[in-house]
Design a protein around this ligand. Structure first.
Ligand code: IMP
Ligand code: MG
Length: 182
């Protein structure tokens, strides 16, 4: 199958495969938090589609919030520095929190998010990511929920961008051609 951007991208994970993984993850999260659902904290912008689909697969009421962090400039390489651009407004103190990410690459963004939420008094912080690129890790971490483990390639679609482009693609795609390699 190819995406509508045939010239620039190639489908790695189809929308059907994504939907199946999202359902599986939502189900597992509900099993793992039997008494009270965690506060879901989406890391903007990349997680917006994943989080929207994830909550719609949940059978129980759930609260959500957003964080905005940036580590990438207009490049496919991490700058190595993470900056907080927007914090959460929910009360985090004493709550179980689940960070929702599009992709964990070096792990810098996610570890920053976890530290930020612990500093705000979260009683537990777990991580749910649609994609995991373990080969690129700088900060050791194993996400608690992973949709797909992916190779070290630059990925777009389903919320993920390259220079703010391609977030709208319904499938997860690899950019082909051009200077997109990380
Ligand atoms: P980390 O801090 O290196 O783990 O990177 C995390 C963030 O970098 C993710 O939340 C994405 O926004 C971005 N990122 C990492 N890999 C990719 C990719 O292949 N495509 C698009 N964005 C990516
Ligand atoms: Mg992101």
């Amino acid at each position: 199958m190819t995406s509508s951007f045939e010239k620039t991208s190639q489908v790695l994970i189809s929308r059907e495969q994504i939907a199946e993984a999202v359902k599986r993850m939502a189900h597992q999260i509900e099993i793992d938090y039997p008494t009270e659902m965690p506060l879901l904290v989406g890391v903007l912008k990349g997680s917006f589609i994943f989080l929207a689909d994830l909550v719609r697969q949940m059978q129980r009421p759930v609260e959500l919030d957003f964080l905005r962090l940036s580590s990438y400039g207009n490049d496919t390489r991490s700058s190595g520095r993470v900056r907080l651009r927007m914090g959460v407004t929910s009360l985090v103190k004493g709550r179980d929190v689940l960070v929702v990410e599009d992709v964990v690459d070096t792990g810098l963004t996610t570890s920053y998010a976890a530290k930020y939420l612990k500093r705000k008094g979260a009683s537990s912080v777990k991580l749910c990511t649609l994609l995991d690129k373990p080969s690129r890790r700088h900060v050791p971490m194993a996400p608690d929920y992973v949709g797909f483990t992916v190779p070290n390639q630059f990925i777009v679609g389903y919320g993920l961008d390259f220079n703010e482009q391609y977030r709208h693609l319904p499938d997860i795609c690899i950019l082909t051609g051009g200077n997109h390699e990380p």
